[in-house]
Design a protein around this ligand. Structure first.
Ligand SMILES: CCCCCCCCCCCC/C=C/CC(=O)SCCNC(=O)CCNC(=O)[C@H](O)C(C)(C)COP(=O)(O)OP(=O)(O)OC[C@H]1O[C@@H](n2cnc3c(N)ncnc32)[C@H](O)[C@@H]1OP(=O)(O)O
Length: 291
């Protein structure tokens, strides 16, 4: 699925342009960007993201380092998107591993504090940034592997599902899943679609209706993650796996099918509608709070 989306993006410049208009690269571009320099290995750091790029293997490792739990705030999302954009532009970068520098947590999902009591403008910007992260990872030209070295609820789970492969730490204290229902919120349909593409319809129905968080063993069983390893081995296994994937001829050039392209277009149109609705809702809430 992800490869098909990637191919769509590569072969449809119009769509790419539309996406870039939709995306929040306006505010992203205004911010500092981690630079990738042409040397064998390079390391670039924003406050919340560290990228190590090994030019000889063409593999970059993105470390999320936003304490305490890598919650996805507007600022953090923007940094992630900028870092990804930079890597995407460097054609020598063929693979990306995403992992966490925080102990016990991959990502706690959307930053709840960044959604509460904020202006409608901030909410709209925030929501756009969430969508941009999803679009950028899902449509990435690189092979992406999530090295899930801790708990990964809600938006954290979404982030990992946008990757081609997920390796999780085999620690029963960690959990992963779309738990929005348990928080009294509805997971947006494109969260749902991403999960359907990962684990299928029935497992997604159960997961979303009950707001399930899965242990690593349960997640492996339903296919939400692809591999469990000891937590000390998550990153090394991810880079080894990446090497194997990148050795497959033409891995970055898988052709797309019309079906996937249609699905992509549907998602795009619905995303625009959803974005407009969010803004309207935010404005209504704002108005009602005034009375
Ligand atoms: C009206 C229109 C508005 C438009 C805007 C958009 C609105 C859209 C609404 C629909 C959205 C639907 C989608 C939602 C997706 C999400 O991602 S929602 C977020 C869901 N996240 C969670 O449920 C995670 C909750 N956290 C945890 O389960 C645990 O914290 C953990 C397992 C991640 C880590 O556990 P532990 O290591 O034990 O740490 P803690 O002590 O629990 O936490 C440390 C510290 O972090 C704070 N924190 C945790 N999670 C978040 C978070 N998601 N956002 C912000 N902050 C978080 C926690 O409060 C602690 O802070 P303090 O130390 O107490 O200050």
């Amino acid at each position: 699925m992800k490869m098909a989306l990637r191919a769509c993006l590569r072969t449809k410049p119009g769509l790419t342009a539309l996406l870039s208009q939709l995306s929040c690269s306006g505010h992203a571009a205004a911010r500092r960007a981690p630079a990738l320099v042409a040397q064998r290995s390079s390391s670039s750091t924003s406050q919340k993201i560290k990228v190590d790029f090994d030019q000889s293997s063409g593999v970059a490792v993105m470390h999320m380092q936003s304490p305490p739990v890598n919650s996805l705030s507007l600022e953090f999302l923007t940094d992630v998107c900028i870092a990804l954009e930079k890597l995407e532009m460097d054609k020598s970068c063929r693979g990306l591993v995403v992992t966490s520098s925080q102990p016990k947590v991959f990502s706690a999902g959307l930053d709840i504090l960044d959604m509460y009591g904020k202006s409608p403008e901030h909410c709209a910007e925030f929501w756009k940034a969430v969508q941009e992260m999803w679009l950028k990872f899902y449509g990435s030209n690189m092979i992406t592997i999530a090295a899930v070295n801790g708990s990964s609820p809600a938006g954290g789970c979404l982030l990992s599902m946008t990757c081609d492969y997920r390796i999780m730490a085999d620690n029963p204290r960690y959990s992963i899943g779309l738990n929005e229902t348990k928080l009294g919120i509805v997971a947006p349909f494109w969260f749902k679609d991403t999960m359907v593409n990962t684990v299928g319809h029935r497992a997604t129905e159960m997961a979303l209706q009950l707001g399930l968080l899965y242990s690593p063993a349960e997640a492996l069983k339903i296919g939400l993650v692809d591999q469990l390893v000891h937590e000390d081995q998550v990153l090394t296994t991810a880079t080894e796996t990446m090497t194997k994937w990148l050795a497959i001829p033409g891995i970055l050039n898988i052709s797309y099918t019309c079906h996937f392209f249609h699905l992509w277009c549907c998602n795009l149109v619905c995303t625009i509608c959803s974005c407009v609705c969010q803004v309207i809702a935010a404005k209504k809430i704002h108005l009602s709070q005034d009375f």
